[in-house]
Design a protein around this ligand. Structure first.
Ligand code: NAD
Ligand code: GDU
Length: 325
């Protein structure tokens, strides 16, 4: 296997730190560039070089010795993006434009980008393929879609080898790396904080959706399986081509099913209360990841929701016990 020298932007965050750990384990050389706006210094894996800095200043750090960039650094809260869209255009779109300029100037010609299911908005048909219409329902999704377009144009005009990976719902943990967002908005870690007694109950955002139990259905994906896909994407990237791949397991679980599975995994009660819908939430989001299987050869190893939640639970418990930071 060829090994690469990689710049990992956002490598102090949840997904970026897990991917950085996988890259190192596979023998790649890793430099993390992160401004710690939502990330944690201690999440950067041992063996990676760390630069505290902004993607907007990537030109200062990139040179021709790098083979590839994996770009995770972004703002990623849907609600905040509605309230403060300018932050999302500036950081996600503007930051990536600066990064592309820096890569072109340094001659670094491979990019793997964290895109999202939010680029599709409310899909009319599930499972969602990469050919589904992209009609984002919030500025976060729109900013990520704009970046996908920027990368496609950079590939066509300047020969970049670009891959956009559209994650569905990432969850789980990998060893000492897990989800530590503050504030946390994602369902699985909030359910587990409730199991730990740190929160009195889980608010179910809407139970009147056109789904079997009335709650939203999502496709949950293990963060370690997601990391594997990034390594495969690095190997599959081709100059002048922009590859877009969905990443999900193709199985939908409702909010109630997630809570029930967490009760089974943790053996704790986990009170829940139905509340109003959260604006912008699609009823059902399930991926077709056929392309990732065919083109990348991606095979998720932990597709079972119980396994995903068990790993997140182990991480949440160790964090609560003070064993992890
Ligand atoms: N977690 C999910 O479920 C999910 C789903 C779809 C897509 N994504 C995308 O995956 C990526 C990683 O998500 P995450 O959950 O790990 O988020 P995260 O907030 O944990 O990580 C993002 C990291 O980027 C850093 N960062 C932000 N702006 C920066 C800048 N301008 N310069 C340098 N560093 C900067 C933050 O400090 C943080 O460490 C994001 O691009 C996100 O949009 C995540
Ligand atoms: O306290 C909570 C938190 C969430 N939910 C529900 O649980 C489901 C999953 O919510 P998350 O916030 O965990 O995830 P999203 O589906 O909203 O978001 C995920 O998918 C999006 C694409 O639509 C973006 O990519 C985003 O970054 C990614 O986390 C949703 O129906 C949400 O309404 C609750 O009922 N209660």
């Amino acid at each position: 296997m060829n090994t690469s020298k990689c710049l990992v932007t956002g490598g102090a965050g949840y997904v970026g730190s897990v991917v950085a750990a996988h890259l190192l384990a596979a023998g790649h050389t890793v430099t993390v560039l992160d401004d710690l706006s939502t990330g944690h210094r201690d999440a950067v894996p041992e063996g990676a070089r760390f630069i505290e800095g902004r993607v907007q200043e990537a030109a200062r750090h990139l040179d021709g010795s790098y083979d590839a960039v994996l770009h995770f650094a972004a703002c990623s809260q849907v609600g905040e993006s509605v309230a403060r869209p300018e932050k999302y255009w500036r950081n996600n779109v503007g930051g990536t434009l600066d990064l592309l300029d820096a890569m072109r100037a340094a001659g670094v010609r491979t990019l793997v980008f964290s895109s999202t299911a939010a680029t599709y908005g409310q899909p009319a048909v599930v499972p969602v393929t990469e050919d589904s219409p992209t009609v984002p329902t919030n500025p976060y999704g729109a900013s990520k879609l704009a970046v996908d377009h920027m990368i496609a144009a950079e590939c066509a005009a300047h020969g970049l080898a670009g891959v956009s990976l559209r994650y569905f719902n990432v969850a789980g943990a990998y060893g000492r790396w897990g989800e530590r967002h503050e504030p946390e908005s994602h369902l699985v870690p909030l359910v587990l904080r409730t199991a730990l007694g740190e929160r009195p109950e889980i608010a179910v955002h809407g139970d009147d959706y056109p789904t079997p139990d009335g709650t939203c259905v999502r496709d949950y994906l293990h963060v370690a399986d997601l990391a594997e896909a990034h390594l495969l994407a690095l190997a599959a990237a081709r100059p002048g081509e922009h590859l877009v791949c969905n990443l999900g397991n193709g199985n939908g679980f409702s909010v109630r099913e997630v809570v029930e599975t967490a009760r089974e995994v943790t053996g704790r009660p986990i009170p829940q209360r139905a509340g109003p819908r959260r604006p912008g939430d699609p009823a059902v989001l399930v991926a077709s990841a056929e392309r990732a299987r065919e083109v990348l050869g991606w095979r998720p190893r932990r597709p079972d929701l119980g396994d995903i939640i068990a790993d997140a639970w182990e991480f949440a418990r160790r964090t609560a016990d003070g064993e992890l930071p």
